[in-house]
Ligand binder design. Structure first.
Ligand SMILES: Nc1ncnc2c1ncn2[C@@H]1O[C@H](COP(=O)(O)OP(=O)(O)OP(=O)(O)O)[C@@H](O)[C@H]1O
Length: 577
C-alpha cells in the first residue's frame, strides 16, 4: 500500500506513511460523528419506554461530554495527520524536485519548457497540498466509515438498510464511470493552460523583438486565441463535472426519501417499530454528508493524476551518475570516435576524434551548426555521448559524477546568464568561498572595474534580472570574471569575446593569456583573428572533423579554414556603397 501511495501521489516514504495515518484518522473522526446519533437513539428509546430516571440523566450528560471530547480528540488527530503532515511533505517534495532538477541531464531540459517546470514546482505542488490535506483522506475516510456504518445498519433492519444505502453504489458508479471521460477533458484543459502560460512567457521574453518588428498586435491575436482555448476547455471540464457530480449528489439525497417512504410503509403494516424508523431517519440525515463533500472533490482527485504524473516524470527520470573521485592524470581532453544525437535519429556528431592538449589552446571553428558548441559541452559531460569515448587526463568523463567533473572546468558561454543580485555576488558564483578582495581582483582582470566603479553602489550595485541593466559587453565581462575567479585547469570559451569591442577584446585577450597558462583551453570563435594565435585548430563541419592541425599547416591547405580566412579578409574590406 505504501509503495502504491508513493507512486500514485508522488510522495516521500514519510509522506506515504503520514497519508496512511490520515486515512485512519479521517475514518475515526467520521465514525465519532455518529456517536451523538446513537446517544439520541437511546434517549428517545428511554423517553418512549418512560425509563428516563435521574441516573439516566447523568449517563446522557456523561455521554454528551464524552462525545464532545472524542470529536475534539479525533479532529485534533485528523488535523495533525492531514494539514501538518501535508505541508511538511509539500516542503520535502519541492526540495526533492529542485534537487532532482539540479542533477538531471540537459537532455531532459531540452524536452521540457520552463513554464512547464515552474508550474510543476509551484502550481502542481500547491494542488497536491489540497489533495493530501482534504480530498484524498476525506474520500478514504468517508468510504471506510460509511461502509462500517452500512454493515451495522443491516443488523438493525436489512430492508431499511437497503432503502437507505442503495444510493451509494449508484452514485459512486456514476462518478467512477465518468472518470476516464473527465480525465481526458482535464488533460486537454491542462494542455491549453500550459500553451497559454508558454505564450505569456514567450511574449515577456521577446517583448523587445515584438516591439522592434511591430508584431505585438499579431502576437496578441495568437495569445488571445490561446486564452479563449483555456476558457473553452475550462467550461467543458467544469460542465462535465457538474453533470456527473450533480447527478450523483441528487441520487444520494434520494436516499432520504426512499428511507422515509419504505419506513412509512413498513411502519403502517406493522413490521417496523417507531424507534428503528426514527434511528434510520437520524442516520440518513448524516450518513451522506461526508460522501457529498467527497463527491465535490472527486474531480479534483481525478485531476491530480496529471500533476502527479509530471512530478513522477521528474522524480523517476534517471540522473547522470558517476564516481565522486577525480582520477585524471593531467588535463588533456581526448575525443575518440565520438558520436552524438540530441534526438534519436538526428545524428549531430559523427566519428569525432581529436586531442586538446594541456598547455595549448585548441580552437574549434567551422560553419554554423557544424557542432562546435556541442563538442565543447560534451567535453564537460553536459550530455552523455552515444558512441565512442571522451577522456580528460585518461579518465572517462562518463564515469565521473557531473558535479565533481565540473570542478575541472571554467566555462564562458555564448549566452551569459546573470542573476538579479550585485556585481560581486554574480562573480562569486565562480567560487562560493572567495573573499571580496579575490572577487574584485578577478573582476579587474576581466576589466569589469571600468563600468562597476562608475555605478552608484559600485561593486555592490544590483544588475537587474539576467543583468538587464548592463550592456552585452559588460555582461560578457562578468562571465569572464567568473572564469578568472574559478581558475579551473580546463577552460571552455564559447564565443567569449564576441560581444566586446575591439579595444576590450584586446585587453581581455591579454588577461586571458595569463589565465590560460598551462591549462587546457578549448575556444570557439567565428572571428579568425581570435583563433589565429591558437596552437591547434579543429574544423568541424556537418558534425565531423573536416581538418585539424596548426594554423600554419591549415593555411597551407585548400580547405574550410583557408576558405574562411579568405572570406573574412574579403568582408573586412567590404564598404557600404
Ligand atoms: N539542445 C539541442 N537540441 C537539439 N538540437 C540541437 C541542440 N543544440 C544544438 N542542436 C543542433 O545540433 C547541431 C549543432 O549545433 P551546435 O550549436 O553545436 O553548432 P555550432 O557549430 O556551435 O553552431 P554556431 O556556430 O551557429 O553556434 C545543429 O544542427 C543544431 O541545430
Amino acid at each position: 500500500m505504501l509503495n502504491y501511495l508513493r507512486h500514485k501521489f508522488a510522495l516521500s516514504e514519510t509522506g506515504a506513511k503520514d497519508m496512511r495515518k490520515a486515512f485512519f484518522s479521517c475514518t475515526a473522526s467520521y465514525l465519532v460523528l455518529m456517536f451523538p446519533v446513537s446517544l439520541l437513539y437511546f434517549l428517545v428509546k428511554d423517553l418512549l419506554n418512560g425509563t428516563g430516571t435521574g441516573a439516566k440523566t447523568a449517563f446522557y450528560i456523561a455521554g454528551i461530554v464524552i462525545c464532545l471530547l472524542l470529536i475534539m480528540l479525533t479532529t485534533y488527530i485528523q488535523y495533525n495527520a492531514t494539514f501538518f503532515a501535508t505541508y511538511k511533505e509539500s516542503g520535502v517534495r519541492r526540495i526533492a524536485l529542485a534537487e532532482k532538477l539540479r542533477k538531471l541531464p540537459l537532455s531532459f531540459f531540452g524536452k521540457k519548457d520552463l513554464a512547464d517546470l515552474t508550474s510543476t514546482i509551484m502550481a502542481d505542488c500547491a494542488l497536491l497540498e489540497s489533495g493530501s490535506s482534504h480530498w484524498i483522506p476525506e474520500l478514504v475516510g468517508s468510504i471506510a466509515s460509511t461502509f462500517l456504518i452500512a454493515i451495522s445498519l443491516f443488523f438493525f433492519d436489512w430492508r431499511m438498510a437497503l432503502a437507505a444505502l442503495w444510493v451509494l453504489p449508484v452514485s459512486f458508479g456514476i462518478v467512477l464511470s465518468s472518470t476516464k471521460y473527465i480525465n481526458r477533458k482535464q488533460v486537454k484543459q491542462t494542455q491549453a493552460k500550459m500553451a497559454f502560460a508558454d505564450g505569456i512567457q514567450e511574449c515577456l521574453e521577446s517583448v523587445r523583438d515584438l516591439k522592434a518588428n511591430n508584431a505585438e498586435d499579431a502576437y496578441m491575436v495568437g495569445l488571445d486565441a490561446k486564452l479563449k482555448a483555456v476558457e473553452k476547455r475550462t467550461i467543458i471540464t467544469e460542465l462535465s463535472n457538474a453533470v456527473f457530480n450533480g447527478s450523483a449528489r441528487m441520487i444520494l439525497k434520494l436516499g432520504i426519501a426512499t428511507t422515509a417512504l419504505v419506513g412509512s410503509v413498513l411502519l403502517a403494516n406493522g413490521s417496523l417499530d417507531v424507534l428503528t424508523f426514527f434511528m434510520f431517519l437520524l442516520v440518513v440525515s448524516r450518513i451522506y454528508d461526508p460522501m457529498i463533500s467527497t463527491l465535490d472533490n472527486l474531480s479534483g482527485i481525478i485531476a491530480l493524476n496529471i500533476p502527479c504524473g509530471r512530478m513522477n516524470e521528474i522524480l523517476e527520470h534517471p540522473v547522470q551518475e558517476g564516481s565522486e573521485k577525480l582520477t585524471n592524470n593531467g588535463c588533456d581532453i581526448v575525443f575518440e570516435h565520438v558520436g552524438f544525437a540530441y534526438n534519436k535519429d538526428e545524428q549531430v556528431l559523427r566519428d569525432v576524434s581529436f586531442v586538446a592538449k594541456q598547455g595549448e589552446v585548441t580552437a574549434l571553428i567551422g560553419p554554423s551548426g557544424g557542432g562546435k558548441t556541442t563538442v565543447s559541452r560534451l567535453a564537460a559531460r553536459f550530455w552523455d555521448i552515444t558512441k565512442g569515448k571522451i577522456t580528460v587526463g585518461g579518465m572517462d568523463v562518463s564515469r565521473v559524477d557531473p558535479e565533481t567533473l565540473m570542478s575541472l572546468y571554467s566555462i564562458v558561454f555564448q549566452d551569459v546568464t546573470l542573476f538579479n543580485n550585485t556585481i560581486l555576488e554574480n562573480i562569486r558564483i565562480g567560487k562560493k568561498d572567495a573573499t571580496d578582495e579575490e572577487v574584485i581582483a578577478a573582476a579587474k582582470l576581466a576589466h569589469c572595474d571600468e563600468f562597476a566603479e562608475k555605478l552608484p553602489e559600485k561593486w555592490n550595485s544590483q544588475i537587474g534580472e539576467n543583468g538587464c541593466e548592463l550592456s552585452g559587453g559588460e555582461r560578457q565581462r562578468l562571465s569572464i570574471a567568473r572564469a578568472f575567479l574559478k581558475d579551473a585547469p580546463i577552460i571552455l570559451l564559447d564565443e567569449a569575446t564576441a560581444s566586446l569591442d575591439v579595444e576590450n577584446e584586446t585587453m581581455i585577450q591579454e588577461s586571458l593569456s595569463k589565465l590560460i597558462q598551462n591549462k587546457t583551453v578549448m575556444i570557439i570563435a567565428h572571428r579568425m583573428r581570435t583563433v589565429s594565435g591558437a596552437d591547434k585548430i579543429v574544423v568541424l563541419s556537418e558534425g565531423a572533423v573536416a581538418q585539424q592541425g596548426s594554423p600554419d599547416v591549415l593555411s597551407a591547405q585548400d580547405g574550410i579554414y583557408s576558405h574562411m580566412v579568405a572570406l573574412q579578409q574579403q568582408s573586412g574590406a567590404w564598404k557600404m556603397e
